[in-house]
Design a protein around this ligand. Structure first.
Ligand SMILES: Nc1ncnc2c1ncn2[C@@H]1O[C@H](COP(=O)(O)OP(=O)(O)OP(=O)(O)O)[C@@H](O)[C@H]1O
Ligand SMILES: [Mg+2]
Length: 282
């Protein structure tokens, strides 16, 4: 893969700053596990006692569907928040997991790009919306992104301190990664020089399939320690849990489930990378 390592830098200690840590979960390829990561990493952090906000920025509204079910037509959602037509506090929804709050997407997201294109300060709209004092109560904000380059993705990168990139163990997602790294480079050059890369996460990891080892070798050689040690293994329960509007923790009911285990380990590794202070378990 011809991805250039100059775009990456390891996550370092977080500069002293109040308020939550904002993380964009992104890859410009569909179906790599972005939404599944936001859902279950968010739940893992919440279960550890971190007040976690998960933000649905995808017009497919898959995250909203997983945690809540689709919003009624006309209900305000992240579209109105980004367009500054509603404060974020108007749309926050508790979930069935303590400490886990959802900022949902709805059908109006379909018109967001076109409306945002004409807005002044269009790349900073989400960052401005996140400046609401009520968000100070959160420790971590995870943003779920669409699988294509859009103004929404740019807004997410501008609002983020870090990017976490899920890569499913196939060839094409690595191309999505290459495109995203070019986007990150452009965002750093023009809008947000401090945007950091928190890491690359191997998802749908299945050692029975040869390409898994190939993708892992390529990524670890190319990006070294920036690739999370934790991998998220292939697990059919990740496909079934959304139908029940459940996180993998609720669906597996047991700390021994592999989806549960993987996301507990992922949360631990993420907290280490962020140097966040420990919290009591909820
Ligand atoms: N570890 C896993 N094992 C098996 N299936 C998985 C795993 N992770 C995700 N899936 C399934 O793969 C599909 C794609 O995952 P997901 O929706 O999280 O990807 P995405 O990157 O958000 O996709 P999109 O770009 O369309 O938003 C879903 O059906 C999901 O349930
Ligand atoms: Mg998704």
């Amino acid at each position: 893969m011809a991805t250039d390592t100059k775009h990456t830098r390891p996550a370092g200690a977080r500069p002293a700053r109040s308020g939550p840590c904002y993380i964009a979960i992104a890859n410009q390829k569909g179906g790599v596990g972005k939404t599944t990561t936001v859902l279950n990493l968010g739940a893992a952090l919440a279960l550890r006692g971190y007040r976690t906000l998960v933000v649905d920025l995808d017009l497919q509204a898959n995250l909203t569907h997983c945690l809540h079910g689709l919003l009624p037509e006309g209900a305000p959602n992240m579209c109105e928040v980004i367009l500054d037509e509603a404060p974020i506090t108007d749309i926050l929804m508790p979930t069935s997991t303590d400490n886990l709050v959802l900022a949902p997407a709805g059908e109006s997201m379909a018109n967001l790009e076109i409306n945002l294109a004409a807005a002044i300060g269009r790349e900073q709209a989400l960052r401005n919306a996140f400046a609401h004092p009520a968000l100070q109560e959160f420790d971590i904000v995870l943003m779920d992104n669409p699988p294509y380059l859009s103004l929404v993705t740019i807004n997410s990168l501008v609002a983020a301190e870090h990017v976490l990139m899920p890569v499913s163990c196939e060839y094409l997602p690595m191309l999505g990664l290459k495109w995203l790294l070019k986007t990150i480079e452009r965002v750093r050059a023009r809008l947000h020089p401090d945007l950091g890369i928190l890491g690359y996460l191997l998802t749908m990891y299945d050692l029975r399939i040869g390409i898994t080892t190939e993708v892992e070798e390529i990524l670890r050689e190319q990006f070294g320690a920036a690739v999370f040690t934790t991998v998220v293994r292939i697990n059919a329960r990740h496909k079934s849990a959304p139908a029940e509007h459940q996180t993998i923790f609720q669906y597996e009911h047991s700390a021994r489930g592999r989806g549960t285990e993987d996301h507990i380990l992922l949360a631990q590794e993420l907290l280490q990378r962020l140097h966040l202070p420990p919290r009591k378990r909820a």
